[in-house]
Design a protein around this ligand. Structure first.
Ligand code: NAD
Length: 294
């Protein structure tokens, strides 16, 4: 069984990015600049944004964190997005999800200038991605594609089963894997909360990808022996032995499933670090485009 090391692959991508960023900054006279909007102070969002800002520092980007209280009005947030869209010093920005219920995620995403949408959630970028045109691909799915590529995992003609159809993971990942490209050319089945006979379907998967947000949902009987398993889930469960009071586990029961598969991603250290690497790649791409370098 191969343990697919997302941390190592992400570090390799970041090292390459750091070299390319130095070249970019030398020729343009300023570094790529990524901003993150964080609404509220939920623990997981704080952690993700802090990791993104820290990675900016490592690869040589400028970064800005813009914080708002949970009770920010939707209109105020939209005006801030307008401000960032118009800021010539800023190449890309993200709005960390989830947002409070009184704010429409769709309105927020659609307000972002697609040229600065480095999370790749804007409908224009999603559409271009579906049509295999150059675009910012959604960061988590793109990170998974980069991981598949780095490990030389063959996807052409394989049956990929994805658990979850979310706009930020399951759906864009299905589009990427079924495109006529490499990696890609897979036969993709998307399963969701209304799917019947789930185990029957997951057992057919050459590559099984879990993105549902239910801790250890995928059990041994759901996996075909020899399959490749990619666990996107990040779930916090209480653990008094940890200083933080919790530990992270995936959507796959690693203990049960790992002896069965030919390769598997761990949680943490699998898909998570790749999401950040993909975000950094998208930001450098945005900076190049806006500086007339590509
Ligand atoms: P989501 O809640 O938006 O979507 C969950 C999906 O799972 C839905 O499409 C739903 O239909 C499906 N689902 C729910 N119960 C199901 C069931 N019993 N059987 C089959 N399908 C079922 O979640 P999301 O935002 O896509 O995130 C999924 C997981 O991935 C979460 O654990 C999240 O924390 C994690 N995540 C990780 C990263 C990363 O960088 N590693 C990034 C984004 C999300």
């Amino acid at each position: 069984m191969i343990l697919i090391d997302g941390k190592k692959t992400s570090t390799e991508i970041q090292e390459k990015l750091a070299r390319e960023t130095a070249e970019f900054s030398n020729s343009v006279g300023k570094p790529p600049h990524l901003a993150a909007i964080l609404v509220g102070n939920s623990g997981p969002s704080e952690t993700y944004v802090a990791a993104k800002m820290e990675t900016c520092r490592k690869v040589g980007f400028k970064s800005s964190l813009i914080r708002f209280e949970t009770d920010i009005k939707e209109e105020e947030l939209l005006l801030e997005i307008d401000r960032l869209n118009a800021d010539p010093d800023l190449h890309g920005f993200i709005v960390q999800l989830p947002l409070p219920n009184h704010i429409s995620v769709e309105k927020v995403i659609e307000r972002i200038d697609p040229r600065k949408d480095v999370d790749g959630f804007h409908p224009l970028n999603m559409g271009k991605m579906a049509k295999n045109q150059p675009s910012f691909a959604s960061a988590t799915p793109w990170g998974i594609m980069r991981l598949i590529e780095a490990y030389g995992i063959e996807t052409a003609g394989k049956h990929v089963v994805i658990l979850g159809r979310s706009q930020i993971v399951g759906l864009p990942l299905a589009l990427l894997l079924s495109r006529n490209s490499n990696p890609g050319n897979a036969t993709v089945t998307i399963c969701h909360s209304r799917t019947q006979n789930l185990t029957e379907i997951t057992r057919q998967a050459d590559i099984l990808i879990a993105a549902i947000g239910i801790p250890e949902f995928v059990k041994a009987e759901m996996v075909k022996p020899g399959a490749i398993v990619i666990d996107v889930g990040i779930n916090r469960i209480p653990d008094e032995s940890k200083k933080s009071g919790f530990r992270l586990i995936g959507d796959v029961d690693f203990q049960q499933v790992s002896p069965l598969c030919s390769a598997i991603t761990p949680v943490p250290g699998g898909v998570g670090p790749m999401t950040i690497a993909a975000l950094m790649e998208n930001t450098l791409m945005a900076a190049r485009q806006q500086s007339g370098l590509s």
